[in-house]
Design a protein around this ligand. Structure first.
Ligand code: HEM
Length: 456
């Protein structure tokens, strides 16, 4: 007990082995965090093992962790585990080295570059529409379709390359690498990962496959630079970049390129996958989305984005209900105080988008899919309308480590939905239940089987 006779840690759910086992499953933690936010409305202490773990359950404390006290925390071990694939890129880089690297990558995502990226976004979407045109009535795995599309987009927009047939291989390699990573995160997993265990052998094979693709993309970009006329691509920028007068090493370019390829497609793929599912279950929303797009009189492009406020609302609502980044994790590196509680060095602090985005304290009818909640009285879209507290919606994080690709992702998601919805109204099978697979990102467990139905 401390001097003021409070226990040293804030209250939290009681330790129960069954609860620990539940937390190791992939489908329950988001729901458990949402329940905890109701029982412990600001901060909860979780007893999961020897490391102290805290869940912040109020927007004020999310801000403390991500913005106000962000210098005293680093990325946590679960995310850092993804380093076996990503290496030392922007997402995982320690704070100390982050600022110059972020400055270097930022220009690629400046709003003036977005109009240029919108072109490959629409071209790749039209190619998807072509592929689908002969598949009416077919059953597809929407998760795989959307991963293929977003990979295609990121490849063309950021790497100036068409991945074509390689996209499927990347999808398969990524699935293997991620499934191994999930096992590595289980207790004792990290010690086993170099042993010849099939799951880890597959993880390394997947990671090697991804590595080979990224190195090929970098080599292709370097070759294009040597040509007298060449387009702009981000890898090209990285190859030219200097920090303190020094070029990035080839490993640094590889790690950054890998980070952008992976972080830039998996999240948006999940966003779009959940979007089609929610539209299927909410046909009146899908109809309004289609009407907004059809009212343009032509296939939507970058110049039309301002005329698509409802589509933005749909994207915001999907990000709210199924945030692809569903939890953020930080490890405390300098003792901090949260709400008067001392959080020691080495502790883990979690902030769950899934929990706060569905919290009835901050959202009216939290589980309802209502894109209009994001529209102002004038009918424009606002990502802080209608007055929900800042910090109750943070799908892209906040502070210095906020997502660098946020505007890219909004543009991509709006353009894809607005271009595809007038043609297709994919249907989730009535018996399909929303079973989550919550790992680095929030995916539907086992993919999302849908039937391709033409829109009427
Ligand atoms: C719906 C789509 C996306 C979501 C939900 C999302 C979410 C996030 C979140 C929550 C973070 C912060 C992680 C943390 O604080 O621990 C982050 C960081 C990052 N994201 Fe995204 N992201 C998306 C799309 C993209 C895209 C399209 C790109 C690139 C093309 C991208 C690249 C990155 C990178 C490089 C970082 C690390 C930034 C830094 O630390 O400076 N993301 N993302």
């Amino acid at each position: 007990m401390t001097l003021d006779s409070r226990p040293a840690r804030p209250p939290g759910p009681p330790f129960r082995p069954s609860a620990v086992v539940q937390m190791l499953r992939r489908d329950t933690p988001p729901w458990r965090f949402a329940e905890m936010a109701q029982a412990f409305p600001r901060i909860a202490s979780l007893r999961l093992g020897t490391t102290p773990v805290y869940l912040v359950t109020h927007p004020d404390l999310v801000r403390e962790i991500l913005v106000v006290q962000s210098k005293s925390v680093e990325k946590g071990p679960a995310l850092k585990g993804a380093g076996v694939v990503l290496g030392d890129g922007l997402l995982l880089m320690p704070n100390e080295r982050h600022k110059p690297r972020r400055r270097l990558v930022n220009p690629a995502f400046h709003h003036t570059r977005l109009a240029g990226y919108a072109v490959p976004m629409t071209v790749a979407t039209d190619e998807l529409l072509d592929r689908w045109s002969a598949r009416a009535g077919e059953r597809i795995d929407m998760a795989e379709e959307m991963a293929g599309l977003t990979l295609d987009i990121v490849g063309r927009a950021l790497f100036g390359a068409e991945l074509g047939a390689e996209a499927q291989q990347v999808y398969a390699d990524m699935a293997q690498a991620m499934s191994g990573w999930e096992k590595m995160m289980l207790p004792g997993g990290a010690r086993l990962m170099r042993l010849p265990i099939p799951a880890f052998k597959r993880m390394w094979a997947g990671a090697a496959g991804l590595d080979a693709v990224v190195r090929r993309l970098i080599a292709a970009s370097a070759q294009r630079k040597a040509e007298p006329v060449h387009g702009v691509d981000v890898v090209g920028d990285l190859l030219d970049a200097e920090i303190d007068g020094e070029r990035l090493s080839s490993e640094a370019v590889r790690d950054e390129a890998m980070t952008l390829l992976m972080a830039g497609h998996e999240t948006t793929a999940n966003l779009l996958t959940w979007a089609w599912h929610l539209l299927s279950r909410n046909p009146e929303v899908a109809a309004r989305l289609r009407r907004e797009s059809a009212a343009l009189g032509h296939a939507p492009s970058y110049e039309d984005l301002r005329s698509l406020p409802y589509t933005y609302g749909v994207v915001a609502e999907v990000l709210r209900l199924f945030p692809p980044a569903w939890v953020l994790e930080r490890e405390v590196t300098e003792e901090i105080v949260l709400d008067g509680w001392t959080i020691p060095v080495g502790a883990i602090v979690l902030a769950s988008q899934f929990a706060l985005h569905r919290d009835p304290r901050f959202w009216e009818e939290p589980t309802a899919f209502r894109p209009e909640r994001w529209l102002t009285a004038e009918g424009t879209f606002s990502d802080d309308a209608p007055g929900q507290p800042r910090g109750a919606f943070f799908p892209f994080g906040a502070g210095t480590r906020v997502c660098v690709g946020e505007s890219f992702a909004w543009t991509e998601a709006v353009l894809v939905l607005a271009r595809v919805a007038p043609h297709w109204a994919p249907v989730t099978e009535p018996s399909w239940r929303e079973r989550l697979h919550a790992a680095v990102t929030l995916r539907p467990h086992g993919g999302l089987p849908m039937t391709l139905r033409p829109a009427v």
